[in-house]
Design a protein around this ligand. Structure first.
Ligand code: ZN
Ligand code: ZN
Length: 330
């Protein structure tokens, strides 16, 4: 089979055309990949900012595909079923986090496209217990960004609590889905982009932002909560300054540049600063039902598998509108 392999962090991925199709073990299904979203986390893995990846590694954790074969012990999935494979690939079920409904924090969790080979390939394996059915209203490419960008944005929205005026810092794949969920919940969204990104600000307004501007400007109204998707630590004090008493700031990325020191008074008055890590299967089930019901509309830029490096470069430079998605043609 063909796959794009990370052989050494810091280097481009390599196209391989001669890999063996993997064989499903217990609880695993073999999936013929139809589309795989490109997430900023893939860029952090590629750049070596996340330590100790499996090597060589097939990245990719926003996988949409068709079950092609089943290993032993499979109870739910059938050959031909369309499934989604997210970042959370396996948890122990035994640690204190797993036993308290927080499997996203499992001490022994394994993640797709990081410790487990992912979806930048024609075939991949996944534990059926961590796969999700894909709502029927989405084609394969449109569904791919739901599996991380959508899911993490949804978990971040939940953690931000009740907030009429919601700030979104960084308007990429995650924010363009989160705004649709937030608006469906009746929230007013204020979108922050890079200061000179007029196209990104137009995109945010086209999706219903009541205001869009550069992250170096103050919003016209005080925010009740903010989600930070851009991996830029300097946005943390900016978001705190823009947020009202009691408001929550959620850092939604897996990696961020250092946060500059800031005066205590901008955290004072019960503002909450927190991160969001990974997902639980319950998040996935809830979010996919909501996304199908609204329905969420994703904006995607498809790339053939062999151009995964170009997709990562475009994500890095911010040239993309919405989400990059790899397809298995070409
Ligand atoms: Zn665990
Ligand atoms: Zn991701």
């Amino acid at each position: 089979m063909r796959a794009m392999l990370l052989e050494r962090p810091g280097e481009d991925l390599h196209l391989r055309t001669d890999l063996a199709v993997p064989h499903p073990g217990p609880h695993e299904v073999l999936i013929r990949v139809k589309a795989c979203g490109v997430c900023r986390t893939d860029l952090h893995v590629r750049d070596g900012e996340l330590e100790h990846p499996k090597l060589p590694l097939v990245p990719g954790h926003e996988i949409v595909g068709i079950v092609e074969a089943r290993g032993s012990g499979i109870t739910a999935l059938q050959e031909g079923d369309r499934v989604g494979v997210p970042w959370l690939g396996w948890t122990c079920g035994e640690c204190g986090f797993c036993r308290s409904g927080r499997e996203n924090l499992c001490d022994r969790a394994r993640f797709t496209g990081y410790q487990i080979d992912g979806g930048y390939a024609e075939f991949t394996l996944a534990d059926e217990r961590y796969c999700f059915p894909i709502p029927s209203g989405f084609d394969d490419i449109a569904a791919a960004p739901l599996l991380c960008a959508g899911l993490i944005g949804y978990r971040a929205l939940k953690l931000a609590g009740v907030a009429k005026r919601l700030g979104l810092y960084g308007f990429g794949a995650a924010a363009h889905i989160a705004i649709q969920v937030a608006r469906h919940r009746g929230q007013d969204v204020f979108a922050f982009t890079k200061p000179d990104d007029a196209a990104g600000q137009d995109f945010a307004r086209s999706l219903g932002a009541v205001w869009a501007g550069g992250s170096d400007t103050a919003p016209p109204e005080t925010l009740d909560a903010a989600l930070i998707f851009a991996p830029v630590g300097a946005l943390v004090p900016a978001a705190l300054k823009a947020t009202a008493k009691g408001g929550t700031i959620v850092c939604a990325g897996i990696h961020m540049s250092d946060i500059p020191s800031f005066p205590y008074r901008i955290l004072w008055e019960e503002r909450v600063l927190r991160s969001v890590a990974n997902l639980t299967r319950q998040d996935g089930e809830e979010f996919l039902a909501i996304a199908g019901g609204i329905p969420v509309r994703t904006t995607t830029t498809p790339y053939p598998l062999s151009r995964a490096n170009d997709a990562l470069a475009d994500l890095r430079s911010g040239r993309l509108e919405g989400a990059a998605v790899l397809t298995m043609q070409g």
